[in-house]
Design a protein around this ligand. Structure first.
Ligand code: S6P
Length: 617
């Protein structure tokens, strides 16, 4: 890379921090300058762009506008919270640590809670961790965006989880400091300090916390945060809110937001466990060491760029042909597969069948609060064999996700079954250097696969290594599903066009996007959005006088509302005409270029995503 390219890369690495860069938006909603051209990038370039975005999580604080993951203040708070957890671990009577969030934040609450309760079980200790996800367990594997707007539901679910408890450490996660569900829970904690100590995890500075009124409440997210700031001085409340930079796809907090949540929670809980059970004091150095292990984990995907872009290309091809991508996972990596797959629906407007995850052992492995979730949520490998495998062929991609500590003979058996139907079989697996167990089976699996990403780790298997495997797998899967949808043409610049408008955050994001892409005033954009939501060319008074929750409720059953609204705004055509145009040209990023900037030749499928951007370095 030349000197000027490097300077240019560095400046876009930090550009988002300038007070003049998209000043009205919080960090979590800004668009990332590094991925501005991701919609026109090659698969290799997409992989590198996503990695560059992930590496922003560990940028140094020196001279920066915002505090970072490893800033002194953040590390100090992590130590204080770890000490609170340690106290509960040492005397768990009538006590609970609750982790709660909406969407991805709730899914990570579940993942982390499961891992640390498992660790307690191995030590013959009773579980002290509990998770809450807005919308209940079905939200673990499907998009349930509406409960995010309900602060009362948040409060009630917290009260229910903590019934009879005298001491609760509540960890509320909201990457954007925005979810009313979490605000309601934090408010409950602040009103009952004799029982609850609130901790907030998110990735915006406090002054960027959402300040929109919440219907039926006297507080906003920001006012709750301000009350917590006051109490933080006396350690009666804790705020952990470093900035990790804008997401690669604007607002897609399942990516860095989710990864950073996992890192922070695991650092805190690991330190607390070490203090309570192995007399290892909680120190700044210990916390930083654990963080650096994660920072190193980020380098692993970089070492597998070629294999990664081949996987992304294969997944992209399957999706472009309207075929499937299936993840078959084992253990906690299987959970990550389930989560990544289910997030494609709200993130990319994907069909439930486009990307699906399955886990060995199904619900027995999962041990979620509500147990099996019924016929709409089939997640085991047996379900895959019965329901999905029979319809697969070479155009469908299947990815095995496992580690050497899983039942490798089971992996081989399943690989053989899959191979009978499709040659488009791939594997990502983790092993420890020098471990020769199951080498023969491993070689057999490799022979069955079109490509295998073998990730070799230097240290012996341990709790920390399992967490690193998980983070690494999360980064891989997020990159794979994001990249494949970019290749499918679902993204314009670095914005998701076809977002669902099913809660107030998404409604505001959709209106903003329409403003940005059409150049029309906010009121006109909101009007166009409502017309698309209600499927009318003229808005009635009843519609315009309804509140956002009515709009988002109606939008649950609608598809392509943002693309439709944009076509109407750009061309002035009716909804029916806009629908027709989208049918003729379903790849919306191309449609947009065609209408707006005339860059795209729709007759040439290769050029649908516009001229390919080449990336250096
Ligand atoms: C984001 C994901 C969403 C969010 C959810 C909670 O990629 O699709 O489901 O996780 O909206 O967001 P937050 O900011 O409260 O963590």
């Amino acid at each position: 890379m030349s000197g000027s390219e490097w300077t240019c890369r560095l400046s876009s690495m930090h550009e988002w921090e300038s007070p003049y860069y998209e000043p009205s938006l919080p960090v979590s909603e800004k668009s990332n300058p590094l991925t501005r051209d991701i919609d026109r990038a090659s698969s290799g370039c997409i992989v590198r762009m996503l990695q560059a975005c992930d590496s922003q999580m560990f940028l140094e604080e020196a001279g920066a506008t915002y505090q970072r993951l490893m800033s002194d203040g953040v590390v100090e708070t992590l130590m204080e919270v770890a000490k609170k957890v340690e106290l509960i671990l040492k005397d768990p009577r009538d006590s609970l640590v609750v982790l709660s969030g909406c969407g991805t934040s709730g899914r990570l609450a579940f993942l982390v809670t499961s891992a640390f309760n498992r660790a307690l079980k191995e030590l013959n200790q009773s579980p002290v961790y509990s998770y809450i996800i807005a919308g209940g367990d079905k939200a673990l594997f499907s998009s349930q965006e509406a409960p995010e707007d309900d602060p009362k539901l948040g409060m009630l679910s917290l009260k229910e989880a903590c019934e009879g408890k005298k001491r609760v450490l509540f960890i509320g996660i909201s990457c954007g400091l925005s979810a009313p569900f979490v605000a309601g829970q934090l408010d409950l904690c602040l009103q009952n300090p004799q029982v609850y100590t609130p901790v907030l995890v998110g990735f915006n500075p406090t002054h960027q916390a959402r300040d929109e009124p919440i219907p039926g409440c006297s507080f906003t997210f920001r006012s709750v945060v301000q009350r917590m700031e006051g109490l933080a001085k006396s350690q009666k409340a804790f705020l952990i809110n470093p900035a990790v930079g804008p997401e690669a796809i604007s607002g897609s907090s399942r990516m860095k937001g989710g990864s950073a949540t996992k890192i922070l929670l695991e650092v805190v809980l690991s330190a607390a466990h070490a203090a309570a059970f192995t007399h290892t004091p909680i120190t700044q150095q210990g916390i930083l060491q654990h963080m650096r292990a994660y920072e190193k984990t980020l380098e692993i995907p970089c070492a597998h760029n070629e294999g990664m872009s081949a996987l992304l290309e294969a997944a992209g091809k399957s999706l472009q042909r309207g075929r499937r991508v299936c993840y078959l996972g084992w253990g906690s990596l299987g959970v990550l597969g389930l989560v990544d797959a289910s997030e494609c629906v709200p993130t990319f407007g994907a069909d439930y069948e486009d990307v699906r995850g399955f886990i060995s052992g199904g619900y027995n492995e999962l041990k979620n609060n509500e147990g099996p979730l019924g016929p709409d949520f089939r997640i085991s490998h047996e379900d895959f064999l019965h329901l999905v495998l029979p319809s697969l062929d070479d155009h469908d991609m299947v990815l095995l996700i496992y580690t050497q500590t899983d039942d490798v003979s089971d992996v081989e058996k399943l690989a053989r079954r899959v191979r009978e139907k499709t040659s488009n079989l791939h594997a990502v697996y983790h092993r420890v250097d020098g471990d020769t167990a199951a080498t023969v089976q491993q070689d057999d699996i490799n022979k069955l696969c079109l490509s295998s990403l073998r990730i070799t780790w230097p240290s012996p298997a341990s709790g920390l290594l399992q967490m690193q495997w998980e983070l690494c797998t999360k980064l891989f899967l997020n990159a794979l599903s994001t990249g494949a949808h970019v290749l499918k043409g679902k993204i314009y610049q670095n914005h998701m066009m076809d977002l669902q408008v099913t809660n107030s955050k998404l409604y505001c994001r959709a209106t903003r996007l329409l403003q940005k892409l059409s150049g029309c005033p906010e009121s006109k954009c909101e009007e166009a959005l409502l017309k698309a939501v209600y499927k009318v060319d003229n808005l009635t008074v009843e519609i315009t006088s309804s509140d956002i929750s009515t709009h988002t409720h109606t939008a649950r059953t609608r598809t392509k509302v943002v693309p439709l609204a944009l076509v109407c705004l750009l061309t002035g055509c009716s909804l029916a005409e806009a629908e027709l145009r989208l049918e003729q040209q379903p790849i919306f990023s191309a449609q947009y270029r065609l209408f707006h900037i005339g860059q795209c030749d729709v007759s040439q499928p290769q050029s649908l995503r516009g001229p390919t951007h080449t990336c250096t370095g």
